[in-house]
Structures are given as structure tokens and as C-alpha cells.
Design a binder for this molecule. Structure first.
Ligand code: SGN
Ligand code: CA
Length: 541
């Protein structure tokens, strides 16, 4: 049933006369599905209502779950932005595609799935955050944020040319996607469009209509907001991603510098204050006035309560957690609104049946679990990522898939749907038949690596293996510690059972499986040493 190379050839040679007569016939012949690949940045699955955490409502993203499949244990191979995007494009692990951390350059010359689709007749586009330096290859059209990009009045590189756009980043990206579909799309070709939001990345600056609403809300706290990291090793104890200790008051909590000064609140560096100044400094007078009308009263209120809570770390944590969630979830409201507009457009224009729509994030995120924000760890909240896929022709409504699907699988899966040959060098597997229910055979273990240390948030280098029930992690470089978790008994990964005699057999089994996986994918201690050396040299420069 797959559209094979041979079939394509037959179509090209036998149908050449007919096809060249009118473009209409090409349109009728090339029935391969369109692909709309939506990726947001740092969007925790806990913040998608279809996953059932009860924090917020995302009615539009939820439509994909209702009308298609929700993956409950989709995960990444390396929980950080640029490496995750490199894995998405290449279908290869970080240690093979070379983009192991946010610091190293990305080699655009290697094969990627948009290039393969493009050379097989697809029209390709990339709009939003890609976070990989250099001119994107594989796209007929690209409109990308330079680096992380900005929330207000952001700059974009449109086919390489820098242009500043007035407005709110999430809305600008959605409008550009709609514009591409309406005015740039070639109706004679199937398309593959990457629709990549910057939101809800730090420092979480929402759009006016949503900060007005969300700053009035109070969100439930996770049960493990006040984790003391007992029962875990050095890595969990020495990270710098605690909401109370490591968020900054200005950039993250949105306190004005004058208010901080008045209250005697100091940051360890000027970073947070500079971030806030830069973020607010990009706003025009109207945007700034609207912002102040909401965030000034929050600052005033904090001035009143601070003297009474300043030595109560739990109360401060609670205040900061609410402030964090209000802005983070308000950013997601704009993402969800955009998804709704684009899904409506597909439907109104008869494109919904033949378009595969994917919604995912570059990784998961902590929303106060273990007291944290950010990602990087192989622990569940950052290891897992949301994944929803709709394709009415093959995927039944309300499908739920609990298998260990990885971002490594995106490139082969999308090529499979398009009937394009999957190169041998790609390490992922197509989950097309898993999504359609044609098979339930799937891998039962995945491999993970993380390299960016020493760096912001101080999450130590590690690699590991996860099966459906267990997880074995090795933290290395300036420590040498192993952790083993039994997710069935300990879903929040609070108790490392590596040295528990009751787990001796499991431990041995997991070690064997880890060794086998490292061999299968071509990873080694030697790789780890090489990437460490290259990283230490790069950050010195
Ligand atoms: C910035 C953020 C960090 C974040 C990294 C990587 N700080 O440095 O909190 O971990 O990006 O994020 S910020 O104050 O500048 O936002 S990633 O998603 O791009 O990998
Ligand atoms: Ca990210």
C-alpha cells in the first residue's frame, strides 16, 4: 500500500503526456498526504488538557487527540532544544548527527527528511523556531527566528533575510503559516510544513488578552513541589533549576527593578534584570502600557506581602510557582488558539482528510515537579514529550498509544507516510503501523543521552535506558553515579533503588540491555570523552 519509488517512476514515465498537459492532472495524481508538523518549545504534556492533569484547557490541541491518536509515553533522545531539532530532522541520535548540545554547530549538509521530501516532489516550508545556525536546507520557504527569538516584535530570517515583524511572536508565526497555506502553497504538490512556536519558552511573555486572564488564576501545586532530593544522587541535589532558588525575580517573576531595589531583593547576577529590560524594551508604547496595567498591580501587591513572607521559603516558593504558571500557561493559550485557526483552515478548505497533523514539543518540562522548571534530565517530565497525531485516513478517532515512541522516529515515520524510501542511516522506526493499529509490535526500550554540562541549570552529563517499567541512568564526568528507578512503584522517581538488593537482578538485566543499546546505536565511552573535550574547548572560546 505504500507509495514506492517504482510506482513513482511508473507514474512519471507512463503518465508524462497526461501530466504535462495540465497541472490539474498532477494535482489529481499525486494523492500523497500533506504533512503539518507543529512543534512548540518546552511545552510540558502536563499542560495539555487531553493528558488529563487538570491544569489548563487546550481545546484545539485536544481536537487532535479526539480525532486521532494521543501518545502517552513519547520521549526524546536528548532533552534540550537544538539537539532535539537535529534529531527530528535527521532521524539520528545526537552522537551520530553531531549536534549533541546547544553549543556545537549543526551540519546542515547531512540528509534530512524535508530534503528527501523536497526532492521527491513535496513542497516544503519551515516557519518559526528552528534553533540551528546556518541557512536551513530542505525548505522551499523558510521564515525562522534567529536563535531563541523574541516574544514581542521579533526579528525573522525570511529565506535568509532579516526582517522585524510588529506584533506578538506566537500570533505572527500562526499568521505566517496561514499565509503560506493560502498564498504560497502550490496546489499541484503535496506539502510538508513545519509550524514551530517559540512559546512557551522562558521567559514566558504572554499576549495581552491571555495575561489579563491568566494572572487572575490560581493553579494546583504538584504533590512534589517541595522535594528535598533525599533518595536521589548528586545530580538531582546539585542542579540549578529550582523555581525558588534559580528563577530570577525580574526576567522570570516579572518584578520591576525599582521594586526589587525597594524590597532589598538582589539577584546573583544582572542577567534577570537585563532579560526583563530587553523583553520590555522591545515593546511599543501601546504594548508596554497594556503590560504595565497588569504587571504593575502585581508588583504593588507583592510589595505589600513581601515583608510578611520574606523569611518563609515555602510561601515564597508558592508565590513564585503561581507567577511562573500564570505566564507559562498564558503563553500556551496563544499556541492553542493558533492551532485552532490552522485546523479550521484545513477543514474549511477540504485539506483535513489528506493532511497528517502532528503536535509535539522539542522536549517536556517541569511545572514545579521536584521544585523545578527547565528540562535536561532523563526523569519523566523532561524525558517525555507531548505527541498527538491526526490522520483520518489511517488513524482511528480516540486512539491511545502507550508504547515508547521517540523523536528519533519522526523522520522515518513521515517519510513512510509520504512513500519515500527511508535511508538506512536513519536510526528511528516508522510508527505508522502502530498508529493505525495494524500492529502492536514495537520496541520495549529506548536510549537517552544528555551532554550540556557545565552550563546554565547545571544538570550533569548522563545517558541511560528506559523500558516500560524501569529506568537506568549513568551520571558521569565530574561524578560517577548510577540510578535505577521502578516506575511502576515509584512513578515520580523519588527512590533510587540501584543499591537495593531486591533489585539486583533488574539492575543486571538493565545494564545488559543498556550495553546492547549503546552498541546498536553506535555509542561509547569514547564518544562521551570526545564530546566532553569538544564542549570544554568550545565554552572556553
Ligand atoms: C535559555 C534559558 C534557559 C534554557 C536555555 C535552553 N534561559 O538559556 O533557561 O534552559 O535557554 O533552552 S533564558 O533566561 O535565556 O530564557 S532551549 O529550549 O533553547 O534548549
Ligand atoms: Ca526547548
Amino acid at each position: 500500500m505504500k507509495y514506492s519509488k517504482n510506482k513513482a517512476l511508473t507514474f512519471l514515465t507512463m503518465g508524462v503526456a497526461a501530466v504535462s498537459c495540465t497541472s490539474q492532472s498532477a494535482k489529481q495524481e499525486d494523492k500523497r498526504p500533506n504533512i503539518l508538523f507543529i512543534m512548540s518549545d518546552d511545552h510540558a504534556y502536563q499542560a495539555i488538557s487531553a493528558y488529563g492533569y487538570g491544569l489548563n484547557e487546550t481545546p484545539n490541541i485536544d481536537r487532535l487527540a479526539k480525532e486521532g491518536a494521543i501518545f502517552t509515553r513519547a520521549c526524546v533522545t536528548n532533552s534540550i532544544s537544538a539537539p532535539s531539532r537535529a534529531v527530528l530532522l535527521t532521524g539520528k541520535h545526537s552522537f551520530v548527527n553531531g549536534k549533541v548540545d546547544n553549543v556545537q554547530p549543526f551540519d546542515w549538509d547531512q540528509p534530512n527528511f524535508p530534503k528527501l521530501l523536497q526532492s521527491d516532489g513535496y513542497q516544503t516550508g519551515m516557519i518559526g523556531k528552528i534553533h540551528l545556525d546556518g541557512i536551513p536546507q530542505g525548505f522551499d520557504y523558510s521564515m525562522v527566528l534567529p536563535g531563541q527569538g523574541d516574544y514581542y516584535n521579533p526579528d525573522f530570517l525570511i529565506n535568509g533575510e532579516r526582517v522585524r515583524k510588529e506584533g506578538y511572536c506566537t500570533d505572527i508565526i500562526t499568521d505566517a503559516v496561514l499565509d503560506w497555506l493560502k498564498n504560497k502553497r502550490d496546489p499541484d504538490k503535496p506539502f510538508c510544513l513545519l509550524y514551530h512556536q517559540k512559546a512557551p519558552h522562558r521567559e514566558w511573555l504572554p499576549a495581552e488578552k491571555y495575561y489579563k486572564e491568566y494572572t487572575k488564576k490560581t493553579f494546583k501545586e504538584p504533590a512534589i513541589l517541595f522535594d528535598d532530593y533525599e533518595g536521589r544522587g548528586t545530580a538531582a541535589k546539585t542542579q540549578e533549576m529550582n523555581i525558588l532558588k534559580n528563577q530570577n525575580w525580574a526576567g522570570d517573576s516579572k518584578l520591576y527593578p525599582e521594586v526589587m531595589e525597594k524590597l532589598g531583593i538582589k539577584e546573583t547576577s544582572d542577567w534577570g534584570i537585563n532579560a526583563l529590560k530587553n523583553n520590555l524594551g522591545r515593546m511599543n508604547a501601546e504594548q508596554r502600557a497594556a503590560w504595565d496595567s497588569v504587571y504593575m498591580p502585581i508588583n504593588e501587591e507583592f510589595k505589600k506581602i513581601y515583608p510578611t513572607i520574606k523569611s518563609d521559603s515555602a510561601a515564597l516558593m508558592r508565590w513564585r510557582y503561581q507567577r511562573y504558571l500564570q505566564d507559562y500557561l498564558a503563553c500556551i493559550a496563544s499556541v492553542d488558539e493558533g492551532v485552532g485557526k490552522v485546523l479550521d483552515y484545513l477543514k474549511e478548505n477540504g485539506l483535513d482528510e489528506n493532511t497528517i497533523v502532528v503536535y509535539t514539543s522539542d522536549q517536556g518540562f517541569y511545572l514545579g515537579e521536584h521544585g523545578w522548571f527547565d528540562k535536561r534530565f532523563m526523569y519523566e517530565e523532561s524525558f517525555r514529550t507531548p505527541l498527538l497525531v491526526r490522520y483520518p485516513k489511517e488513524i482511528k478517532e480516540g486512539t491511545r498509544i502507550d508504547k515508547l515512541v521517540q523523536n528519533l522516529d519522526f523522520a522515518p515515520t513521515l517519510l513512510d507516510y509520504a512513500g519515500v524510501e527511508i535511508p538506512d542511516e536513519m536510526q528511528g522506526e516508522s510508527f505508522r503501523d502502530l498508529a493505525s493499529g495494524k500492529t502492536d509490535q514495537w520496541r520495549d526500550a529506548v536510549y537517552y543521552t544528555y551532554y550540556e554540562y557545565p552550563a546554565i541549570h547545571m544538570v550533569k552529563r548522563h545517558y541511560g535506558i528506559a523500558t516500560e517499567r524501569y529506568k537506568l541512568i549513568h551520571f558521569y564526568y565530574d561524578i560517577d553515579e548510577w540510578e535505577l528507578y521502578d516506575l511502576e512503584k515509584d512513578p515520580h522517581e523519588m527512590h533510587n533503588v540501584y543499591n537495593d538488593p531486591a533489585y539486583a537482578e533488574v539492575r543486571e538485566m538493565m545494564h545488559d540491555r543498556l550495553t546492547a543499546l549503546r552498541q546498536k546505536y553506535g555509542d561509547s565511552d569514547e564518544n562521551d570523552r570526545r564530546f566532553l573535550k569538544e564542549y570544554l574547548e568550545a565554552i572556553k572560546r
